[in-house]
Design a protein around this ligand. Structure first.
Ligand code: TYD
Length: 123
């Protein structure tokens, strides 16, 4: 964090703070009340998710263990690796969820069936 008397600043660089080359950035905001997102895993994708405004709950599941992580600070990132089922819940109205991704968008990398995810996570 590079804060000074004016306020806060966070800089993220590939190969420095972020342990992968950033191929893509996207952000999720303006969700309708009660919306839940995600519900998939990826074969080969690493992501960092940061709620830079507001809050949400990131549910991560590696096939054996499930955890709900509250993302409610702009200086808190969760790393989501390969073969991790993720769900996003409880978005606050002002939530802006920033995601840094190691790969470009590839629909073929998505696993959207939970049973299929469980099978892959066991192999
Ligand atoms: P989706 O992966 O379903 O979002 P979430 O996991 O948050 O529910 O993506 C929603 C839409 O946006 C879908 O049509 C695919 C598109 N999309 C892209 O074009 N590029 C991207 O990098 C992402 C993440 C999604």
């Amino acid at each position: 964090m590079r804060g000074d008397a004016r306020g806060s600043l966070i800089a993220l660089e590939s190969g420095h703070e972020v342990p992968f080359d950033i191929a893509r950035i996207y952000y999720i905001f303006g969700n309708n009340p009660g919306v839940e997102r995600g519900f998939h895993a990826h074969e080969r994708l690493t992501q960092w998710a940061i709620c830079v405004s507001g809050s949400c709950v990131m549910r991560v599941d590696d096939g054996a263990t499930r955890a709900d992580v509250l993302l409610d600070r702009p200086d808190l990132a969760i790393e989501i690796g390969w073969l991790t089922w993720r769900e996003m819940h409880d978005f606050s109205p002002d939530a802006v969820l920033l995601v840094l991704a190691s790969e470009r968008y590839d629909i073929d990398d998505y696993i959207i069936d939970y049973e299929q995810f469980l099978e892959k996570s066991r192999t």
